[in-house]
Design a protein around this ligand. Sequence first.
Ligand SMILES: Nc1ncnc2c1ncn2[C@@H]1O[C@H](COP(=O)(O)OP(=O)(O)OP(=O)(O)O)[C@@H](O)[C@H]1O
Ligand SMILES: [Mg+2]
Length: 254
Amino acid sequence: MATVHTSGSREPMVRIEGLRKSFGNLEVLRDINLDVMPGQVVTIIGASGSGKSTLLRCINLLETPDAGHVWFHGADLAADHVDVNRLREKIGMVFQGFNLFNNMNVLDNCTLAPVTLKKMKKDEAERVAMERLADVGLADFARANVANLSGGQKQRVAIARALCMQPDLMLFDEPTSALDPEIVGEVLEVMRRLAADGMTMVVVTHEMSFAKTVSDRVVFMDKGVIAEEGTPAEIFGAPKHARTREFLARYLED
Ligand SMILES: Nc1ncnc2c1ncn2[C@@H]1O[C@H](COP(=O)(O)OP(=O)(O)OP(=O)(O)O)[C@@H](O)[C@H]1O
Ligand SMILES: [Mg+2]
């Protein structure tokens, strides 16, 4: 058969191969293999302690893998010459606990990294930040103190701040787990729009309806391995493995 040229014959943005990570005697990641294609939304689900955060953190080298490879845009992150700071400019991360500077206002949180790391001019950084804050519905809060915001607003600032660096990839580690139930929706809505705009995203989440409706692929982790992965229809509609079925059953009971 002739070579089929799909739209741009795309390479994965992230390729993970044979990834292993231990903390002392505890093997947390055991032979993880995963590709993330440009524009894809991959959600990672699984029980507490299964290695989800560690996997995410290996993608931007917040953790150093013991073995295996992580490639980003074809560059092996284990290679000596990889500039970790340049890498992190291209990979935005949003944590459960916001990690904002509480003693600064919203706008300054958003312009800090572009000005200090990217050497962007302050007024240009502010112009970009105002656009991203408008995207998350917080333009009116630019001069507000972060400490006075609600959890949902803080998390939307954290997302806007990450986007100010114009990342190619966004990593989310349980971005709504610290939020009151009634404000989870406003953060998920921002993430939903980001996905619809074509952002490549890897999202660790316990929000099953988000995983079901927004992901291109769902990865189920169990005790340091990817026990099963597939489309949302496959994972939620017809899970192949008993462990996946048990996890989802337990989850949907709660
Ligand atoms: N820096 C560390 N030092 C020692 N052990 C760690 C470290 N980070 C994680 N672990 C351990 O590794 C295991 C996997 O942790 P990880 O945070 O990746 O799990 P998780 O799937 O994200 O769990 P959760 O759903 O609770 O966030 C856990 O047993 C955890 O205690
Ligand atoms: Mg975690």
